[in-house]
Design a protein around this ligand. Structure first.
Ligand SMILES: [Zn+2]
Length: 471
């Protein structure tokens, strides 16, 4: 007895076909035309698109930042993901500078234990190297890869907290190359930015608007180029996270053109929000849009969309890092340096990407699947479990209704914030039903916005080291 999804259109990264999908247990058992219904529970998917569940490779659940903690824990964060059609998230474990990678992994596994509601994995952020020439920490990278953590994050921003210098970054890249692991880079020149930030504060420019102005697109472009060049020298594959503007994009394309193994993602907020529309410098409300990199001028949006369509960029994520406006963003009133950095997005990623991507013809439905699920699975070493509607893979299946109209609002969202970055926006295209390893966890038609599974059912996904699938 299985679940047979009939009469839908299966969309892959390559094509769309009228096919039935049979789920038996936790896996996809068959994908074919006219599968016999005998002995199976039939789900009628007439008018719906059958896609792999979304994979958001960039979230920060239960993350400490500036004296507070991101508002979504593993329960609310993964339930919000599911409601929006995302069935796997990759979160970040952060090494404490004085501690080990193993400690960071233990800490984050504890945060997720009995709380995650869809499957998840972790990247490891390396913030310091211990031992002679970093040997102790570099040796720990072997253990991380053995544990299924095949990607390492390095911050070029946030001096004295998370930022690493070029020597440390280069040593990690060399080790990553040896391990076939992928290096993720937060590419901003944190040292230069901090000088500008201090000067702005001294001039009394303390409002949220100045957070955006203090972080030049060129500081991101410089770091993007430097990170990719260093990775290229080290022989490592590199993935630039949250690329936000056309200067950084030009640096990426230049290095790709020189043969560097360089990939990049952007996030939904950079595609549809801007300084002009969301933070023109008039109010404290703009703290809702304080994240890093900041929102950019509108002119950057179309080049980002083009790069998603032509393949210069491979993935759309969210950098979901939610803080409540009323009491958490409030910590930075009068000093933008103290505003917790981040915004809530994991629930809305597919809606925004579909509505502003597919509906207006910027990307095809197949490219949508590639950007939202298939490329994330391949790049991050889990394509044998996730990222496609194919026999043998986990039955993470999304029934997508391209005609469903939905109004985004903090009042109805699952995310634990008191605001939405897209409040009142009407989008067309939404998740109808969501299966996670064969279990119906969301039915937005019968029970809109509800998570139907048990808390803690999500499992840790061990990922292969495959050098971003481009090694
Ligand atoms: Zn992030």
């Amino acid at each position: 007895m299985g679940t047979l999804i009939k009469n839908g259109t299966v969309v892959s990264a390559k094509d769309s076909q009228k096919l039935d999908v049979l789920i038996v247990g936790e896996r996809i058992a068959e994908v074919a035309a006219n599968i016999s219904a005998e002995g199976h529970e039939v789900v009628d998917a007439t008018g719906l698109l059958v896609m792999p569940g979304g994979i958001d490779v960039h979230t920060h659940l239960d993350m400490p930042f500036g004296g507070t903690t991101s508002a979504d824990d593993y329960t609310t964060g993964t339930q919000a993901a599911a409601v929006g059609g995302t069935t796997t998230v990759i979160d970040f474990a952060l090494q404490n500078q004085s501690s080990t990678l193993k400690d960071a992994l233990d800490t984050w596994l504890k945060k997720s234990d009995n709380k995650a509601c869809v499957d998840f994995s972790l990247h490891m952020a390396v913030t310091n190297l211990h031992g002679p020439e970093g040997a102790e920490t570099l040796a720990e990278m072997d253990e991380m890869v053995a544990a299924g953590i095949s990607s390492f994050k390095l911050f070029m921003a946030y001096p004295n907290v998370l930022m690493v210098n070029d020597e440390l970054m280069f040593r990690v890249m060399q080790k990553a190359a040896e391990l076939n692991a992928l290096c993720l880079i937060h590419a901003e020149n944190g040292s230069a930015i901090d000088v500008v930030v201090a000067q702005m504060i001294a001039e009394g420019k303390t409002e949220p608007h100045y957070h955006a102005l203090s972080r030049s697109p060129k500081a991101e472009a410089e770091a993007t180029h430097r990170a990719i060049a260093l990775a290229d020298i080290a022989g490592a594959a590199v993935y630039i996270v949250h690329l936000s503007n056309e200067d950084a994009l030009a640096a990426l394309k230049f290095m790709q053109g020189r043969g560097a193994k360089a990939l990049a993602e952007t996030c939904i907020q950079y595609l549809v929000l801007s300084i002009e529309d969301q933070m023109p410098g008039k109010s404290w409300e703009e703290a809702k849009y304080v994240f890093t990199p900041p929102l950019r001028e509108k002119k950057n949006q179309e080049p980002l969309w083009e790069a998603l369509a032509d393949g210069a960029m491979s993935v759309v994520s969210t950098d979901h890092c939610p803080f409540r406006f009323a009491d958490q963003k409030e910590l930075g009133r009068g000093d933008f340096r103290k505003i917790p950095n981040g915004g809530p997005g994991v629930e809305n990623r597919l809606q925004i990407l579909w509505h502003f991507g597919v509906n207006v013809g910027r990307i095809t439905p197949e490219r949508f699947v590639e950007l939202a699920a298939t490329a994330p699975a391949r790049i991050f070493g889990m394509e044998k479990q996730k990222g496609a509607v194919a026999v043998g893979l986990d039955a993470d299946v999304l029934l997508w209704d391209p005609t469903a109209e939905y109004t985004i609002s903090a009042k109805t969202q699952k995310m634990a914030t008191d605001y939405s970055m897209f409040e009142g926006w009407k989008v067309k295209g939404n998740a109808a039903k969501v299966y996670s390893r064969g279990e119906l966890v969301v039915d937005n038609v019968a029970k809109p916005g509800e998570f139907l599974g048990t808390t803690g059912r999500g499992r840790f996904v061990r990922r292969e080291a495959n050098a971003g699938g481009i090694g």
